[in-house]
Design a protein around this ligand. Sequence first.
Ligand code: PBG
Length: 341
Amino acid sequence: MLFCPFACERFHSRITSLSMFPAHRYRRLRLNSAIRRMVRETSLSPDNFIYPLFVTAGKGIRKEISSMPGCYQESVDEAARNAKEVQSLGIPSVILFGVPQSKDELATGAYSENGIVQQAVKAIKDAAPELCVITDVCLCEYTNHGHCGLIDKGEVDNDKTLGLLSLAAVSHARAGADIVAPSDMMDGRVGAIRTALDKEGFSNTAIMSYAAKYASAFYGPFREAAECAPQFGDRRSYQMDPANRREALKEVSLDIAEGADIVMVKPALAYLDIISDVRNTFNLPVAAYNVSGEYSLVKAAAQLGWIDESKVMMEILTSIRRAGADLILSYFSKDAAKILG
Ligand code: PBG
């Protein structure tokens, strides 16, 4: 099923026979910036970026996340102002995460009409009408135990969770979200959400599914940002095992069959092989999430003076595009867009 251009022996020997020195000197095409631009295989543009925003209750609040310098928990008014800046930098999209005031067993805040994300969608649509507003659909920020689904007998109950995820997705669409992005990793959630959206008259609301989402330690800083660390156990019974590659294709094909419009691989950097596999196997747009831990590692090393932050950032983003991602969710989006101009 995988397409590999180098699997063909004939093609391979043709390449090596062309590589005879001194007739061929590859450095000719690296001599100056103009020629390097002409033969560059991978492009990076603000069009590729989706910028995450963390929205919290209150007014005039902008609280920096200590493990993610340059990222903030923001009240709705501040998030709307930030979204305007995102739009002015030429970035076409934001994804919203809610940090609600209170949490409960049933994750009520996730699907209440006046929940924090629902309010933010409306405010951002008013402030920056051109922006594509994506909402993260999950329960973990809203449950008092921090898991992504309902707990029954100490376990996350898959099928009981689907109804609440559908309610959340419909409430986001009703508030004006263009795309809903389920990140919970319950089986069958894309189909359940698609059915619910269509039934409620939101057949034009797209689904970007976190299709191949791994149980990763790279989410550490995000859990501080979104205040959603699980209070017991971990997420390994629903998120994927980092050791599994073929399984990612099963997950993605299931989400596509259930109606996903865009499929995501997450995290990005330690999973470039997965991005490449998904790109080469399916024809849908592929997104990759350059997650919080990937951002924090770069920020921390830069603060210590150990790396050149901008160069490492651009190299990482380029590598994610080179692996095959059309879209990159990244906390670096604004910084990179400023460099790209
Ligand atoms: C919610 C969710 C998580 C992230 C995005 N949505 C955390 C998790 O699954 O534990 C991680 C994003 C990041 O690390 O930047 N389920």
